[in-house]
Design a protein. Structure first.
Ligand code: FAD
Length: 617
């Protein structure tokens, strides 16, 4: 009895109702009956089954691309089958060996309940019962029974989820964001793309929703989709307006057009919980007394004068500032906060016609894609190689060997966008809309770099990686000739180290591209590792090396170049009490979902430290 899970049920792309159908179709029931060795598929009640995962598998080795399902079977709903057929069911566990019950750890299931409950505004009483918030007034130790005051700096996924959890537990939360709310941010990004006006504090990295807003909105994470904290994040997003298919889709994706209204709903909800949100407000400094942070100094981010500066007192400060808050990292060092170097990756963004990627991945089935409106999803790819100098015939420089090289943040049907936060630096990334209907497919091709690489440029100390990023962003700006024009080279010319002709393929990048030799960008060993990897990728994706593939420079902000170290028990900074570094900028997450999960867990940790929550972790 209970719920059993059936894995790896495969339906051919021809039979399946398609990528936008998430229910139990007839072909799926037939496949279930086959796996269960159940004689008559039509006798299985569809309501006994729930699709919990659906993905499209177009691996080349397969004769025919297939949709692959994971399905939960509610055994109780099968009990009214006639006895003879029930015999089959009762023997299932031994027969198929693909069934698993689904245990949840206590904290995980609590997490799901709290997030579910806290996103249903009128049902907070339920979460009160689960988490003993009734004890709140007795357990916290602040004078005059006042609520603990918490500043959350940064409204990216980590800051938003931290604010949500803390506000639910009764904290007095102020969310401080240097950028603008999505409505104004949209106008600022429009001015950038159309008139080349970069607002230093409201752009593709800074503003409501953080770096993840004008993004591809992929929600896949290496933490694993079955992780219950990931599910809690996804369910919360659904509550705020994401389609429920993200709970089932093997590669969930939102797209910028869906993220914007979702963030507006998230904001309203936080405000209804009593969170004060200050957009256009930058944290310039921490106020430290003894070994503890007791507040922050903020200024109107549109204004650089001292007179706009304000001091605000808090019991705790969450630092959820993302990987581009370079001034904030610098400020932390002035307080001797523990910040250490972290390895990350740099490289180029490659763009191919989406049709080419569709045909590489799907062969004859490519026509079914129909610019995102068809039955099967727009094709993506994910490739990774270890650079060992074998297999492609060319001997490699010893410094190239031993690096990982991989595709990163692949955006099918997307566009290349400018993620600079300073006009003298040039860096790029990719975004898309929910339909993924553009003519292009782009992805970063990056290679790992570490302290050895930073030292080679004479960069030392905790911010050496940041200086390394900056050096190549400046070089890319120079190679492009300024004005945010991006230097480009075709994949074939990059392999041959020759300038591309004036007739370079069209690019989705809106601010203009200029032919350049991208070998002039990185040190020779990084270029060589990238060349080697592109050749290896072509073995996996024949056609990847193409004169229609255009490499754009430079991709540097793949993850944070530092870690702001924190204690594993209290989640506080290892050097400053009351400071909670979270999310990607602190070096504890990479991507929208993992940053949200980190913010959520850190929110629980602080709630616990403040005596707002006494559950176990
Ligand atoms: P961020 O989202 O970076 O948020 C930090 C916030 O803090 C910013 O809004 C910033 O303005 C604010 N801030 C910084 N300093 C201060 C200060 N001193 N005072 C006040 N506020 C401050 N990830 C995916 O998983 N899937 C994708 O498809 C994807 N696509 C991307 C596309 C683009 C163009 C970019 C740039 C990133 C993309 N990412 C994607 C990465 C993802 O956006 C980040 O991993 C994620 O947003 C990190 O969340 P965070 O909360 O840690 O930080």
């Amino acid at each position: 009895e209970g719920v059993w899970r059936l894995f790896k049920l495969r339906i051919s792309a021809h039979e399946d109702p398609g990528k936008d159908f998430w229910g139990v179709s007839e072909p799926l029931l037939r496949e279930i009956s086959k796996v269960l060795e159940f004689p008559v598929a039509s006798m299985l009640p569809p309501e006994a089954f729930k699709v919990v995962r659906k993905s499209f598998d177009a691996r080349k080795l397969q004769k025919e691309p297939k949709f692959v399902y994971t399905v939960d079977m509610d055994v109780d709903k099968l009990l009214n089958l006639e006895p003879r057929t029930w015999e089959f069911i009762s023997e299932l566990e031994q027969k198929v060996g693909v069934i698993e019950s689904m245990p949840h750890g206590r904290f995980s299931s609590d997490l799901i309940s709290i997030i579910r409950n806290c996103t249903k505004r009128n049902e907070t009483a339920a979460s009160t019962e689960v988490f003993g918030r009734n004890d709140f007034s007795e357990s916290y130790k602040f004078p005059n029974n006042r609520k603990p005051k918490v500043a959350v700096v940064g409204s990216g996924p980590s800051g938003l989820f931290a604010s949500l959890v803390l506000a639910e537990f009764g904290g007095d939360v102020t969310l401080i964001e240097r950028g603008q709310a999505v409505e104004q941010r949209g106008r600022d990004i429009g001015a950038l793309v159309v008139r080349r006006m970069l607002q230093l504090e409201s752009n593709f990295c800074f503003g409501e929703g953080g770096a993840g807003t004008w993004s591809d909105g992929k929600l896949v994470t290496r933490i694993g989709k079955n992780n219950s904290s990931v599910m809690a994040v996804l369910e919360t997003l659904v509550h705020f307006g994401a389609p429920s298919s993200i709970l089932v889709d093997g590669k969930p994706h939102l797209g910028t057009d869906r993220l914007i209204p979702l963030l507006r709903n998230f904001r309203r909800h936080l405000q209804e919980l009593g969170v004060t949100i200050r957009f256009g407000t930058r944290v310039d400094d921490l106020i430290v007394e003894g070994e503890r942070v007791v507040g922050v100094k903020v200024s109107d981010s549109g204004c650089s004068s001292e007179s706009s500066s304000q001091k605000l007192g808090y019991d705790a400060v969450f630092l959820a500032v993302g990987h581009s808050a370079r001034d904030t990292y610098q400020m932390l060092l002035s307080h001797n906060v523990d910040v250490v170097q972290k390895d990350f990756s740099v490289g180029l963004r490659v763009e191919h016609p989406q049709e080419l990627i569709n045909s590489i991945q799907y062969s004859g089935l490519a026509k079914e894609v129909q610019s995102g409106r068809g039955k099967i999803p727009v094709a993506d790819y994910k490739v990774a190689e270890y650079v060992d100098g074998k297999d492609v015939g060319t001997p490699l420089n010893s410094e190239s060997i031993g690096r990982s090289c991989y595709s990163f943040c692949m955006c099918p049907g997307g566009q290349v966008v400018l993620t600079s936060t300073n006009p003298s630096e040039l860096c790029i990334n990719g975004m898309s809309f929910s339909r993924r209907s553009s003519r292009w497919a782009n992805a970063a091709i990056v290679v790992t770099v570490s302290s050895k690489d930073f030292e080679a440029l004479n960069f030392h100390g905790p911010l050496a990686g940041l200086e390394f990023q900056r050096a190549y962003e400046r070089r890319a700006a120079t190679l492009g000739g300024g004005n945010f024009v991006v230097p480009v080279q075709t994949v074939t010319d990059f392999l041959d180290s020759k300038m591309s002709e004036t007739t370079i393929p069209a690019s989705s990048y809106r601010l203009g591209v200029k032919a350049a030799n991208l070998h002039d960008l990185f040190p020779a060993h990084i270029t060589e590792a990238l060349q080697h990897s592109v050749l290896m990728f072509d073995k996996e994706l024949p056609g990847f090396v193409s004169k229609n593939g255009l490499l754009h420079g430079v991709e540097t902000r793949t993850s944070s170049p530092v870690q702001i170290t924190r204690r594993s028990d209290t989640w506080e900074s290892t050097s400053l009490k009351g400071l909670y570094p979270v999310g990607e900028g602190a070096g504890y997450a990479g991507g929208i979902t993992s940053a949200a999960v980190d913010g959520m867990y850190a929110g629980f940790a602080l709630a616990q430290n403040l005596g707002l929550y006494n559950g176990s972790m």
